[in-house]
Write a protein that binds this ligand. Structure first.
Ligand SMILES: Cc1ncc(COP(=O)(O)O)c(C=O)c1O
Length: 344
């Protein structure tokens, strides 16, 4: 079991984004190289492992978690390693691919209406808590307050980054969902070198920027899944963060397409958000910045890569002019020759 986990969990690659950031030193840590294709595999596995090691879980037990998908998927992996059952509460805006993946990996999924506040009695977090309170034998993982979420990144992601960057890093850009990623990596990097700048990233509408700046907190809906919910997570440790910046949804979405075209990486929307933030930030040419890429674009075929979803949400992604021209020519050719096929 240990060798399986060591072989597939963590140790993800870092690449330099030479085309997207041509005269800057901007790197990306590709966290979709984890067993269920996201950074949350690390946190999910560590939260289960610690509960197991501390005697809170045993084979055949049931765990429950409120998730926007990725933590649930990571828990599916952990549940299979430790032979547990898993219940996930999600909200109805979670992409259908993630819900189907959760079911395929064996989780029982409870879909709560997105219109309810997350922590209210009908919200996805509130429902998970109520079930855990009612059923004494169901263990609530609680990624928003469980310190082993933060520690997963303190003990694994942080040291990996330090070694892979040869102890030479000036900025870290990471999105804020539960805050586990930024807090754990931030704590580790600050201990190694207090002058590393830790930049939190969220969409316009998120509440972390105002919270961080001690202004009135005001949440507005946005399109970036899994980050900046309508409450401040207990695992956001702002003492390890230097600044929180915001990105327009439009820029995050366009960036996903640009990253695919220019760097060949197929990333999810929170990754687009973090790369846009790095591009909009004034990073001096001689400094090194690392962006955390949380997950894979394949999980967003019904949103990010769905023309109808994009137009309903007024997101414009520019097609590559050359590609468009080739496709138009082929369409004309196929029509003229009556080949009875579709060019898309
Ligand atoms: C796609 C994606 N991006 C970013 C995050 C944020 O990570 P964290 O919860 O560690 O802040 C999450 C968390 O679920 C996620 O699923």
């Amino acid at each position: 079991m240990k060798s399986l986990v060591n072989a597939v969990l963590g140790n993800t690659p870092i690449i330099k984004l030479d085309t997207l950031f041509n005269n800057k030193n901007v790197y990306a840590k590709l966290e979709y190289y984890n067993p269920t294709f996201s950074i949350k595999d690390r946190a999910a596995f560590n939260m289960v492992k610690q509960a197991w090691d501390n005697g809170k879980l045993k084979k055949g037990d049931t765990i429950i978690e409120a998730t926007s998908g990725n933590t649930g998927l990571g828990l599916c992996f952990a549940a299979s390693v430790y032979e547990l059952h898993l219940i996930c509460t999600v909200f109805s805006d979670v992409p259908i691919e993630k819900i189907n993946l959760l079911k395929a990996f064996g989780a029982i999924v409870i879909i709560c209406d997105s219109k309810y506040p997350s922590s209210g009695e009908k919200g996805y977090v509130g429902v998970a808590k109520r079930i855990a309170e009612k059923y004494e034998n169901v263990y609530y993982v609680d990624q928003f307050n469980n310190n082993n979420n933060v520690m997963a990144h303190y003990y694994s992601t942080g040291p990996e980054i330090w070694n892979q960057m040869n102890a030479d890093i000036d900025y870290l850009f990471a999105t804020i969902g539960t805050g586990g990623t930024i807090s754990g990596i931030g704590k580790y990097l600050k201990e190694k070198n207090p002058s590393v700048k830790i930049i939190g990233v969220e969409p316009v509408g998120g509440i972390y920027k105002s919270h961080f700046n001690k202004e009135d907190e005001h949440y507005m809906d946005h399109l970036i899944q899994s980050i900046s919910d309508d409450f401040i997570s207990g695992n956001f440790k702002q003492e390890y963060v230097d600044e929180v910046v915001q990105v327009e949804d439009q820029h995050s979405f366009s960036m996903c397409y640009e990253a695919m075209r220019k760097e060949g990486i197929m990333i999810g929307t929170s990754s687009g958000c973090v790369l846009s933030a790095a591009r909009e930030y004034d990073i001096p040419a001689e400094k090194k910045a690392l962006c955390i890429i949380p997950d894979l674009g394949l999980k967003y075929m019904d949103t990010l890569f769905n023309d109808q979803y994009l137009s309903e949400n007024n997101i414009i992604v520019e097609d590559c002019p050359k590609r468009k021209q080739i496709a138009d020519d082929l369409r004309d050719f196929c029509f003229a020759k009556d080949l009875d096929c579709q060019v898309c």
